[in-house]
Design a protein. Structure first.
Length: 188
């Protein structure tokens, strides 16, 4: 199912005036790059090691172009959280699989300036609503490093259940690390 770039989710009901979650587009490229540069140290313990090109407009353009192609193909839903025009987080559904599975993987992060303020929880809830109602998915999976208690708290608040632990699951911060695995069933 194709989702129009005009899809916007606002959070006025949660007293977060000026904060919105929406599909990210090419005009957001410089904001995206600035957010990654601004949060480079903040995100380093939770992400794969990144080449220098990742922190440039050209590097982000390649990634974003691929995600927008995935959006058009129905395999990716690349969203970003904005405070006004400032990008303060990424919330992306990837690996969307149709057929009897109707599932996707969720990855997300928030800017260091808003961490711990509840915006990740609001955005994950919104992504789950979009996944169920607009994308017609049945299930979302997510994983966290075993010591990422903040992200685990977000997932638990949003109705995800831990379904296991995967040893040496992803190479994060230069090391193969164990991850807790979570899922949320959207339609029972």
């Amino acid at each position: 199912m194709f989702v129009s770039p005009e899809s916007i989710v606002n959070f006025p009901e949660h007293s977060t005036d000026g904060v919105s979650l929406r599909l990210i587009q090419l005009p957001d490229l410089q904001e995206l790059t600035a957010a990654y540069v601004r949060n480079r140290t903040h995100l380093a313990p939770w992400e794969p090691e990144r080449p220098e090109e990742f922190f440039t407009d050209s590097g982000q353009h390649k990634i974003l172009q691929g995600q927008l192609e995935g959006l058009a193909a129905g395999t990716t839903y690349p969203a970003a959280l904005f405070e006004g025009h400032r990008l303060i987080g990424r919330f992306t559904l990837t690996g969307i699989i149709r057929g009897p599975f109707q599932s996707a993987s969720l990855g997300y992060w928030v800017d260091k300036s808003v961490a711990g303020k509840g915006l990740a929880t609001l955005a994950v809830r919104a992504i789950c609503d979009i996944a169920g109602s607009e994308l017609g998915l049945h299930r979302i999976e997510a994983s966290t490093l075993r010591h990422n208690h903040a992200s685990q708290k977000v997932l638990n608040k949003c109705g995800f259940e831990q379904i296991g632990m995967a040893p040496h699951y992803l190479q994060i911060a230069g090391h193969w690390q164990d991850h807790n695995l979570y899922q949320r069933i959207l339609h029972r």
